[in-house]
Unconditional design. Structure first.
Length: 295
């Protein structure tokens, strides 16, 4: 049984995101993430002009006359939303938490995929695999995905992107579009996820979506405040009235984001930055335009 607050959140996100997924947004999505490739359908008798490379030699030998394989374009696409549900998603200073924005973005992408008749699956991870919802079609399935993200209470608190990426590689048998939604801690010795992402990119279309809060980029001039790492539990007190400290924090944050984007570009992973409290739909549409021009 869902509590009233959760039900209200689900309805609010459903209403808001279904309006965001306008015809233009859905069209941009379809033009970039349409199904790819061809799949075998059946065989027919060879006629002059057919490509000899399409001859099915087994059927030809059995029937004693040449047959060719017939293929159809594979239009259906599978979308996998890999969503980081670690403790750091509970942070938010601008009327919503990072995990709520992640749920909203997941809903926007899932509704766009549904309008394109794509299957949508969900993987939630922290420092372990928390939950996998296999890809399916339909609006009802999208609502389940929203509900799972908003109501989820996992066991892990840390973040292990490498394990999540490896898991996607194992369960996604056919080519898929993978949206990796996280606040993306910098790659480290404990979780050097760039190489696994690069390997996943060879078989799938991978897009990173970095969800951050504005206070992770710049501190307010608010005197003494406590800063807590929600994944480790460590807390420090800083004096935000110190302009030099605020400037150094902002520079450090900017360097961190630039380093992350350099690492991801090196792995040929496309990347979108979003921030709680800021509009993001135009950023997605610009990204779609960029992807379409590059094809």
């Amino acid at each position: 049984m869902l509590d009233k607050d959760l039900t209200a959140k689900i309805k609010r996100i459903q209403f808001y995101t279904s309006h965001l997924v306008s015809a233009s947004f859905a069209g941009e999505y379809e033009s970039v993430f349409k199904g790819r490739g061809i799949q075998f359908e059946d065989v027919r008798e060879y006629v002059p002009g057919d490509d000899v490379r399409d001859i099915d030699w087994n059927v030809t030998a059995r029937e004693l006359k040449p047959y060719v394989k017939r293929f159809v374009e594979e239009r259906e696409n599978t979308v996998i939303l890999a969503v980081d549900v670690s403790a750091s998603g509970e942070f938010g200073t601008n009327h919503r938490k990072k995990n709520e924005l992640a749920a909203e973005i997941s809903a926007v992408l899932a509704f766009a995929a549904t309008r394109n008749n794509d299957k949508v699956g969900l993987l939630m991870f922290s420092d372990r695999i928390e939950l996998f919802v296999p890809p399916r079609k339909g609006r009802k399935h999208v609502l389940r995905i929203i509900r799972e993200i908003l109501s989820f209470s996992g066991e892990g608190v840390g973040t292990d992107i490498s394990s999540a990426v490896d898991y996607v590689g194992k369960i996604a048998k056919k080519r898929a579009t993978v949206f990796l939604i996280s606040d993306f801690p910098l790659p480290s010795a404990e979780d050097s996820y760039i190489r696994p992402l690069s390997l996943l990119k060879r078989r799938h279309d991978v897009v990173g979506i970095c969800v951050q809060d504005r206070m992770e980029k710049r501190l307010p001039a608010a005197g003494l405040i406590d800063l807590q790492d929600l994944e480790t539990g460590k807390t420090i007190t800083v004096d935000c009235s110190d302009k030099g400290l605020r400037r150094r924090f902002e520079e450090m944050s900017q360097r961190r984001n630039e380093e992350l984007q350099t690492e991801l570009r090196g792995a040929k992973i496309d990347f979108i930055n979003v921030e709680t409290g800021e509009p993001y739909i135009n950023d997605f549409i610009k990204f779609f335009h960029m992807r379409r021009k590059r094809r």
